[in-house]
Design a binder for this molecule. Structure first.
Ligand code: ACO
Length: 446
């Protein structure tokens, strides 16, 4: 898909030497490596680009997810998210994300069977989870347990083998809901519920979460469909923090359980998978729609952020946010209205008329309404990022496999600009001055 034409070049003049260079522009980018030829002197290593947090650096070529943040477009493998949310389901989309095409009837049935076959976990996993403290955060349990899976499936270290990659992919998509449900039951002190393979992927998850003494758990079809759509909407989001973690860790050729555990760790952070929880806390602290206007003033003064608003990539609306808002009402038909929705709607109404938010292109993102739905479904807030992780597993695995197959990828290893001390001689301890405490160093004066 290279799109270089005559004239698709960048001319750079190095004012240190007066020399001029012509760099090819491909797909709207220049190769950072092409800068290396630009040297101030013979022994110079060459020019590098500096981009903390990769805000303007493409680290890979990908065929999985397309986002146009200016126009609010999100597509998996070319298919608009709105169409997928309306007509597809999570497992079919997981197939699409991982394999690149939508399945036909037979392939979908085989895929569903293959995933369902892997919903059970080794009995030792139950014992392993039981070892966590009663109040352990379920995301911490998920992170530790997914990492521990590598000790159960040692064949997974064979990452260059296609069959092994396929098997681990099915295992991970199959087992994530089971581990997530066990993590939830552990924090409640309830016995773990074995998978029921007669139920759908999401129906079985609900059964493992909420089944009590009933002989058979019957998931509510509206809740089942809504949670399925939420998983689908979280399926992939190109090079976000956790996908980048999976790619970077996976590039060392470690097994996929360890790489996906790294993705879960990244998602655990409040700037990534934790924002939906922050939204619910914010709405609770506002309390009621009549108090919204006063809060908006605080957000505009920069005293607090309006959680669930704004996005690094979307500078128009977040298409997932629109779908989730509609979904909330389907769920409330069953669960009863979560009163926080009225606070959220008023907040959105006021913010979207306000110059502060309009000028900065701040719109509701995926997290603005998702927490309200999860709460209405009966999930505690600590489970919100765990639900995100289940949906995102398909994306992490697709990103991991794409990275492994890409001949241009090697072990991820960024450069740095060293700004520390120059060479200095080692002093015997008696001759050293007292060290000064610095903010970036661990202090031993606590
Ligand atoms: N409330 C109030 N002001 C905001 C908000 C917000 N939620 N978000 C951005 N701004 C303002 C900033 O203060 C800044 O204003 P200034 O130009 O006057 O200084 C301007 O908008 C640009 O903000 P940045 O922080 O530079 O935007 P960035 O792209 O770095 O941040 C982010 C994006 C982190 C999502 C930010 O909008 C935010 O903190 N939002 C709230 C948290 C949130 O909802 N996170 C979930 C994101 S979706 C996801 O990860 C699944």
């Amino acid at each position: 898909m290279a799109t270089t034409q005559m004239g698709d070049t960048l001319t750079i003049t190095d004012n240190r030497t007066g020399r001029t260079y012509e760099l090819p522009i491909e797909n709207g980018t220049i190769a950072a490596k092409a800068l290396l030829q630009i040297k101030a002197s013979e022994d110079d290593v060459g020019l590098r680009s500096y981009d903390p947090a990769f805000t303007n650096t493409a680290a890979c070529k990908s065929r999985i997810t397309y986002i146009d943040g200016e126009r609010g477009i999100l597509r998996y493998r070319g298919y608009p998210i709105e169409q997928l949310a309306e007509q597809s389901n999570y497992l079919e989309c997981a197939y699409l994300i991982v394999k690149g095409e939508l399945p036909d009837t037979e392939s979908l049935a085989r895929w569903e069977r293959n995933i369902t076959m892997h919903t059970m976990v080794h009995e030792n996993i139950k014992t392993f989870i039981s070892g966590f403290r009663y109040d352990a955060h379920p995301m911490g349990i998920l992170l530790g347990t997914v990492g521990a899976l590598s000790t159960f499936y040692t064949d997974a270290s064979n990452v260059q083998d296609l069959d092994s990659r396929r098997l681990q992919t099915r295992r991970l998509i199959g087992k994530l809901p089971t581990i997530a449900a066990y993590a939830y039951r552990h924090t409640r002190g309830y016995p773990y519920v074995y998978p029921d393979n007669e139920l759908s992927y999401v129906g079985n998850f609900l059964s493992m979460l909420f089944r009590m003494r009933e002989r058979r758990y019957e998931p509510n079809p509206v809740i089942e469909r809504a949670l399925d759509t939420l998983f689908l909407l979280h399926g992939d989001h190109e090079q976000n923090c956790s996908a980048n973690a999976v790619r970077a860790v996976g590039s060392s050729l470690v097994d996929p359980y360890s790489a996906v555990a790294a993705g879960i760790a990244a998602l655990y952070g409040p700037l990534h998978g934790g924002a939906n929880e922050a939204v619910v806390r914010m709405l609770q602290s506002i309390g009621s729609p009549d108090k919204v206007a006063r809060s908006v003033a605080r957000f505009k003064k920069g005293e607090e952020r309006l959680m669930g608003f704004g996005h690094r990539v979307y500078k128009n609306f977040d298409p997932r946010g629109k779908i989730i808002k509609k979904l909330a009402y389907d769920v409330f038909e069953v669960t009863g209205k979560n009163p926080l929705i009225d606070v959220a709607l008023e907040l959105e109404r006021i913010a979207l008329q306000d110059d502060y938010f309009l000028a900065r292109k701040l719109y509701p993102n995926v997290d603005f309404y998702s927490g309200i739905i999860y709460q209405a479904m009966g999930f505690p807030m600590a489970m919100f990022p765990v639900l995100f992780a289940i949906g995102r597993t398909a994306g992490w695995l697709a990103q991991w496999a794409e990275m492994l197959r890409d001949p241009e990828q090697r072990i991820a290893r960024p450069r740095q600009i060293y700004v520390g001390e120059g060479e200095r001689p080692y002093l015997p301890i008696a001759e050293r001055p007292a060290p000064v405490d610095r903010e970036d160093m661990v202090s031993d004066h606590i």
